[in-house]
Design a protein around this ligand. Structure first.
Ligand code: CP3
Length: 340
């Protein structure tokens, strides 16, 4: 009994779609905040196998989602490539040294920073029932590179986008290196028990059209091809946030088995423009869930209806906001699981 989510990634179209939420393990849950405070910091939580497994399972216990996503972060890859990583309260993540001036020069890989994550995957798998799908994940090279280059998040990924024009060979080397580590990292997660993996390309949308091919499509295609070779039965979900009208070419050219769709796209347009039968995941606006207005249920119905002709995994268009009331998540689940 592989579970509704994995079945849907394989092409099934159950009457009620499987559902999970990006960032479902996190600060909107009081039980997360409590364990996070006890462990002292985000990285302390990630590197404590028992605690990270517990946090992964918390939203499953509370809501019965169809999928659990490994509790970790996309910035563990730069950390394993030798950058220092800190999550500072109220400031977001910081990576150092930044790569703006020296690219990868001087970085020394620390592969032992990946291995504890595989223990968490195995531990989570042992805690979950067989019908809950365990999802692994990593960031896509471009998105990870934007953080590595600037050393932090930025509104428009200015440093990385400028560097990609000024010194494309250096950015190519960074993306290639991130891609190589990501292939190993996702293979490790799959070997430890992840049944599907998602590639988060959160900043795919900041690129000009002729840059999108080079920094989004090509690096994701390379990862998908390598994983296909090693783990042909494990589906890859691509999530090129902000891809807009480039979503269909991403879907066709990267080789991903399923595609995540952000909230900016009309699901009717998406359904009409993706390859037939390709599973889609999305695309409720996380801020509508936060607000919980009387438009929530009609919107959920509209998304379900738009995607009724293909395999659909219900999700948000981006991560759940930390201020989201639990009661709104319960409303979402009731609406998604209502028989049509
Ligand atoms: O529940 C899950 O989805 C699994 C765990 C997960 C986290 N981050 C935990 C986390 C996943 C899949 C991510 C992905 C991630 N991390 C992305 C891609 C998706 C997206 O949101 O665009 C990105 C860009 C990051 C980088 C990152 N991590 C930032 C910018 C921040 C700070 C902003 C914030 O939300 O706090 C983080 C921290 C982070 N990652 C937290 C969590 C639960 C909050 C840490 C805390 O407890 O203070």
């Amino acid at each position: 009994m592989p579970g509704l989510l994995l079945d849907t990634l394989g092409g099934a179209m159950p009457a009620v779609p499987p559902v999970w939420l990006m960032r479902q393990a996190g600060r909107y849950l009081p039980e997360y905040r409590e364990l996070r405070a006890e462990k002292g910091g985000f990285l302390e939580l990630v590197y404590d196998t028992e605690a990270a497994a517990e946090v992964t399972v918390q939203p499953i216990r509370r809501f019965g989602f169809d999928g659990a996503i490994l509790f970790s972060d996309i910035l563990i890859v730069p950390y394993a490539m030798g950058q220092d990583l800190a999550f500072l309260a109220g400031e977001g993540p910081k990576l150092s040294p930044t790569l703006v001036d020296h690219a990868l020069e001087g970085l020394e890989a620390v592969p032992e920073r990946l291995t504890p994550i595989y223990d968490t995957v195995a531990r989570v798998r042992s805690l979950l029932s067989p019908d809950t799908t365990l999802l692994g994940f990593a960031g896509s090279p471009w998105t990870v590179a934007t953080y590595m280059i600037a050393g932090e998040g930025s509104r428009d990924q200015h440093d990385a986008r400028a560097m990609a024009y000024r010194d494309p060979a250096a950015v190519q080397a960074i993306c290639d290196a991130v891609g190589n580590v990501t292939i190993e990292y996702l293979s490790g997660q799959i070997e430890a028990g992840a049944e599907a993996v998602q590639l988060f390309d959160s900043w795919a949308g900041s690129l000009a059209p002729d840059e999108f091919e080079r920094w989004v499509i090509a690096p994701n295609a390379r990862i998908v091809e390598a994983l296909r070779g090693r783990h042909p039965d494990t589906p890859v979900i691509g999530f090129p946030k902000g891809a807009g009208e480039k979503l269909p070419s991403y879907a066709r050219e990267t080789g991903v088995q399923a595609i995540g769709v952000d909230e900016t796209l009309d699901p009717v347009w998406v359904a009409g423009n993706l390859p037939e039968g390709m599973p889609v995941q999305g695309n409720l606006d996380p801020l509508l869930l936060l607000a919980g207005s009387d438009r929530l249920e009609p919107r959920i119905d509209a998304i379900r209806e738009a995607f009724a002709g293909r395999p659909h995994i219900f999700n948000l268009g981006h991560g759940i906001d930390r201020r989201t009331p639990i009661a709104h998540v319960e409303r979402l689940l009731a609406a998604v699981r209502k028989r049509g």
